[in-house]
Write a protein that binds this ligand. Sequence first.
Ligand code: PHE
Length: 379
Amino acid sequence: MVLLTGCKKSETAANAPATEIVVGEYGSLTGSEATFGQSTHNGLKMAVDAINAQGGIKGKKVRLVNYDDQGKTSEVGTAVTRLITSDHVIAVIGEVASSLSIAGGQIAQQNGVPMISPSSTNPKVTETGDYIFRVCFVDPFQGLVMARFATDPKNKGGLGLKKVAILIDQRQAYAQGLAKYFEDSLTKIGGQVIDKESYQGGDQDFSAQLQKLKQAQPEAIFIPGYYTDIANIAKQARAIGITAPLLGGDGWESVQDQGGDAIQGAYYSNHYSVDEKRPEVVNFVSKYEQMTGKKPDSMAALAHDAMMLLKDAIERASTGAEANGIPSHKAVRDALAQTKDFQGITGKITMDEHRDAKKPAFVLKIEGKTSPIAYTLAP
Ligand code: PHE
């Protein structure tokens, strides 16, 4: 008798129309990459506020639940599991760092819950399985962009160089992958990698590696790491007389605030630019500035796109016949996979067969606290 009642109760709960839609977020709100998580959270919050101000999704308010993973793989498992098993989220949004998205993606995939990484670019992230998506481009493309920019002649907007050295963060899947894809593309185009050195993210002293790089006399140094280390590396490189231009990838975003003089004139590839004149960008930049007092970096823009795309997918997945008024994880997954020409802030998003977005990349030049667009390449 007792058992039966229990059974009926839970059935009623599951069938009662839900009053809200819960979306999960995991990110590094603290730790050495704290700006990654904070910018992402700001972008998500801004999107959720806008959605709720317009009545929510199919009449249901969105509630964002977020857990801090402190930028640690060991914390990601707990965060994503909790979002799925205790908070019963419809989907998970995260992470920025590819290594952490790979860890979180495994749990989302095992549980059949869709995950969207806003900004992880390593191919392995979505290779985890058919529930894992991203709204950004991937590193093979980003590597090609930087190789082309380095080697293209000056009259085509490039640097016209051939001999490049690479300095790699061994701790990050992102850095290792991007270094490899850059080298593959550079070699194909006719350039040459003349030296490769490595470090561990968080190191403070780069003098041994920088001395070797200096002796190799490269025309440019490609450093596909995170901004937190880049500022130190740039300062130490300039201090020992390395004058070659420094090049990087999207992980450099926000290095302008820390790198000082040493980082001036460096170039990095990115997902968008605050200088773009498209109305979506202009609008977003001004609203974000009102909310936070800062200009939005690419992580904020991509996070906003991830949330808006999720809303769109939930709407497309809804049939109106769901018992509790919310489509299943599978239905949301299928709708995400069918995304075509979704207009985001960072450009039009179409999911390819690998659940990756194909979008143009910008190469930005660091000039003071601004970073004008130096080069663009479409896929
Ligand atoms: N693309 C990086 C990664 O995959 C993360 C990143 C994205 C960092 C955008 C800064 C800005 O690890």
